[in-house]
Design a binder for this molecule. Structure first.
Ligand SMILES: [Zn+2]
Length: 151
């Protein structure tokens, strides 16, 4: 089985709190947005910024999300002048579900998969209990997500 050889994730509590706060603010709809990161070392992706975006899902925004493409363009233009930061992933919430990816999430991730992007993470925020964030990578086989532990 082909697996990404070395991959670690560094997330500060301030960014975890921002993700949970955004999920609460958007409830009962799904929140969504962009994760900006940089390589802390050859194998460690550090999340440096959480950028909320409008959920422009045409229907059922309580069960779907679609990141406003204008937000993505804006972030990409901001990052054009930086050498070490890049769009490192997307986040969204499951207002009434667990923080595991759905079959829709798998299809969406396949749709934007790019082999050139070695590190691309999906953060899913659950509001169950005290709320929690889990991090996922699309497996190289594109048929499932693999959970990434953050430190
Ligand atoms: Zn989802």
């Amino acid at each position: 089985m082909l697996e990404t050889p070395c991959q670690a994730l560094s997330v500060q509590p301030v960014h975890l709190h921002a993700l949970i706060a955004e999920a609460r603010r958007c409830f009962p709809h799904e929140c969504c947005g962009i994760l900006v990161g940089r390589m802390q070392s050859q194998c460690t992706l550090e999340i440096v910024r959480v950028v909320p975006a409008k959920n422009v899902a045409a229907s059922r925004p309580d069960e779907r999300y679609e990141i406003d493409p204008r937000a993505l363009l804006h972030v990409e233009s901001e990052l054009r002048n930086t050498t070490d930061e890049f769009v490192a992933g997307y986040f969204h919430s499951h207002p009434r579900g667990a923080n595991a990816p759905s079959s829709i999430d798998l299809n969406d991730a396949r749709g934007v998969f790019d082999f050139a992007r070695r590190f691309f993470v999906y953060a899913i925020v659950s509001l169950q209990g005290d709320g929690g964030v889990r991090w996922w990578n699309l497996a190289p086989t594109l048929d499932r997500f693999v959970q990434v532990l953050s430190g």
